[in-house]
Design a protein around this ligand. Sequence first.
Ligand SMILES: [Fe+2]
Length: 494
Amino acid sequence: MSLTHTPEPQDWLIENPNLVDAWGPVHTETVAQDLEVIGELPADLNGMYVRNGPSPAHAPHGRYHWFDGDGMLHSVRFQDGRATYRNRWVQTDGLKEDLRVGDALWPGLKERLPQGALPDDAMKNTSNTDVTFHNGKLYSMWYRGGTVYTIDPISLETLGKLEQDPRLIGLQISAHSRVDEHTGEFMFFAYGNRPPYMHYGVIGPDGALKTFMPVELPGPRLPHDCAITPNYTILHDFPLINSPEALARGRYSLEFHQDWPTRFAVIPRNGSADQIRWYEFKPRYMLHVANAWEEVNDKGETELVMLGTPYVNPRGFDGGLDVQRLLFTIGTQGTDYELYQWRMNLTTGATKEGIVDDILNSEFPMINTAYQGRKNRYTYNVLMGRMRTLEQPAFAGLVKYDLDTGGAQAFHPGEGYWFSEAPFAPRDGATEEDDGYVVGFVWNGIANRSEVWVTDAKDIAKGPIAKVILPQRVPHGFHSCWVREDQLKAAQVA
Ligand SMILES: [Fe+2]
């Protein structure tokens, strides 16, 4: 079966490095079963890998940025040693309006905002950034914050919006809002350019909004992720902001304030705004959290620990929002992404922070989600390679960190490959934290095709034990999740 919604892209692809080769969009929504496999898919790998990313449906007006494209989900379902691929656009309000008119109506990130429009409202919510599974549905989310679209996990059909409660309407819910699979709660944060600049809330396993509060910030900020533990949620205020002067001129321009602290808000999970406590740290910016947990020290005091991949202000970063330039700057400097840890003592207010690893350059940390909010031992990150040219940034391989021993095991297949964020997939009947596989798309630039690589999580260095050959290219994209077979079956029954 195959559906084509818009004409195949032609001349509008040329001359933009984010629209050619493996960056370029695909315009066919398709399903392909019994895919060719190099190696052997393990029989105890059952469930679904799904990843979000940009695939612009129409020619952009003006300059195109990688973050601008319409969100498309690509899934690979594994059942009894066989694999099925499916892809579908998220049917956002913006995409539907573009399709109705037959043109791209919204300006991209690099273009001037429409006159008089607040940046909150001026851009199309493409829903292209993140995907997670909650209450039997996939949630597709956007990095700038907006409506969360709900998606059928089997068909990838867009079902609607996560706005049953009137307090959620118009709220800019961010990518990287997080699910606690032990309680079935969805912890979300929303941010924008108007006071109080941030909100936090919890949606329960029954779908009802059980907690909702303002989180007052000193001004508009660019938080990207959050962290959860069983009792607390940690929200971020980093000293990297959109320049207010640029915003007033209808532009975006990043400013990093070396003299401002990093601030984290600690909120009792289902508490209230008057219970928020702030902790200050050295200036950093971080896109992605690996995990957070609670520890009780020998004095009986509770400490929150958060682990992630921040970077210090890259030298030579010109403040522009050209992602390739940013990645190039980081990639050529090699060590600017650090695996890093922050500690917050909830009894004394004391803080501590430090580098876990500043040798390997890695990002897109993934864990066994059963350990989300609980002390875990392993994270699986994408290895960021050294880039030789601006046009060839490199998501070069995978690394598994052992937080107990301080060790790391990495795999890099050589030049010509581009990895996607690769979630952990537990093996059927798994008992140990790393008893399973790491599953992710790889652009194979040597064979000019997209593949899914399945790696034994206990032996990353061995490389993939199976490579699934995909029927069409999967453009470079962003975030992903693993949905277990029992979750899919329950969703199907419901
Ligand atoms: Fe992200």
